[in-house]
Design a protein around this ligand. Structure first.
Ligand code: CA
Length: 150
């Protein structure tokens, strides 16, 4: 009886592996890309650091490996440039780049600006690698919503 149970358990485990292997290749084809731009921070644009930090851009690493963002840049259509410090974005992780000031950590980075960067009507975010090669872009052109999912 106990032998029968263990054979059944192995069969279930094998079936589970087959499902995971089938799902694998699609996951491996990911990139580091712009994920979401929250360009119109809540409330009136009266400035202040809390309002500036409620304006942000998210990047996502949808690859299966960690990626160093050191020297990568994020620019708007007016060429306001943010250069990433030595941070690593883990596989599957998202990091938000806030416009205002704050203390950087693995999930939140801060441009340290005293003025808004992302226009509330239309703009284009461009992410470049440290080589200058364009990695990802995200454009929006609407005041009907406050954010764009890239
Ligand atoms: Ca804005």
């Amino acid at each position: 009886m106990s032998r029968f149970r263990s054979v059944a358990a192995v069969s279930v485990a094998v079936a589970g592996c087959a499902t995971l292997l089938t799902a694998g290749p699609a996951q491996a084809a990911g990139t580091v890309h712009l994920y979401k731009v929250y360009y119109d921070s809540p409330g009136s644009d009266l400035g202040g650091n809390a309002s500036l930090d409620a304006e942000w851009v998210q990047l996502k690493n949808s690859t299966a490996t960690s990626v160093s963002l050191k020297g990568w840049t994020l620019t708007d259509a007016s060429n306001h440039r943010y250069t990433f410090p030595a941070v690593t974005l883990k596989a599957g992780a998202i990091v938000a780049v806030h416009t205002g000031k704050g203390t950087n950590n693995s999930a939140h980075l801060y441009q340290g600006r005293a003025a808004y960067v992302w226009n509330n009507d239309k703009d284009t975010a461009t992410l470049r690698r440290s080589t200058g090669a364009v990695q990802s872009t995200c454009s929006y052109n609407s005041t009907k919503v406050d954010y764009k999912v890239c």
